[in-house]
Design a protein around this ligand. Sequence first.
Ligand code: F6P
Length: 355
Amino acid sequence: MLKVGMLTSGGDCQALNAAMRGMAKTLYNHYKDEVKIYGIYEGYRGLIYGDYRLMQPADFSGILTRGGTILRTSRTPFKDIDEPTEDGLDKVDSMIENYRKMELDCLVVLGGNGSHKTANLLFQKGLNVITLPKTIDNDLFGTDVSFGFWSAVDIATKTIDNIHSTAASHSRVFIIEIMGHKTGYIALYSGIAGGADIILIPEIDYDVKKVADTIRKREAEGKDFTIIAIAEGAVSLEERKLGKKALKEIKGKKSAALRLKDVLLEYGSFEVREVIPGHMQRGGEPDAYDRVLASRLGAFGAKLISEREYGYMAAVSGGRLIKLPLSEVAGRYKTVPLDSEIIRDAKDLSISFGD
Ligand code: F6P
């Protein structure tokens, strides 16, 4: 009998259910009655507290298109992993103990960057672990893409689309703040898809004066509105000069869109509005791309388990599914390469990055 535990950890995203379904269907298909899947609730928290239940094939039925995660999720920050829980439990010891109690052959973690650090630690402690890459931010090292990303891009694009008509009617400058944590992937792709005139991403510190110049240049060309897609992690040249600590403080007080709005008004009498779609970008059903990707990654993960190939993340490289050692993924971060073709192409489209 094969026993597999599954958990979803960190911020949710679209296609988590699709990925679990893909894995469960493949395992039930191959092992029939010889596999037991345990659903562990609320991420690593459920593993720490032994909060899980034996799943049935029917639990994975009808969830392909459902957003969120049927197992719920929570954040268990890796930086605090050695600190006891509020009620005094050693987190790592408790997770190992529950894994053993459940007599698992493998723990499957659907997670992003932080979750991969913990997954790698548990693997190093002797647990059989495999992971599936989930995050809207697309910042997981080693995979070309993670599920959730394209669904978030679709929603952000729709937001920009909707803003376009009202911006044009009122001759306004709109700043749309896009999620993405420390990277600008969602802002970059949705910005291009939505026809943003200016895209500001954390990878390129922007010059407010150049942003203002682009707006004025558009006005001079008879284009009375401007769409700015700004990633939540984007920072101006001036802000960067403040240093890490002060920057963290100002980021905590005001979001990227509002900070830009404030300074932009010092450079011209623009009529500026900001829109922050926030968690909408993580919500709702996965798009077709993510459904296919997550289903395939889930099935691929099941194959790794069948072959007893543990300690890997299922990933995409050059359009193919590959396995990548957790030690190579954990603690590393993927950002938009500055020399990437997509940035060059966007610049050819006369999109300004404020640089
Ligand atoms: O990592 C996904 C993400 O949505 C980021 O884009 C965003 O910065 C963060 O999570 C928001 O976290 P929370 O859901 O805890 O507010």
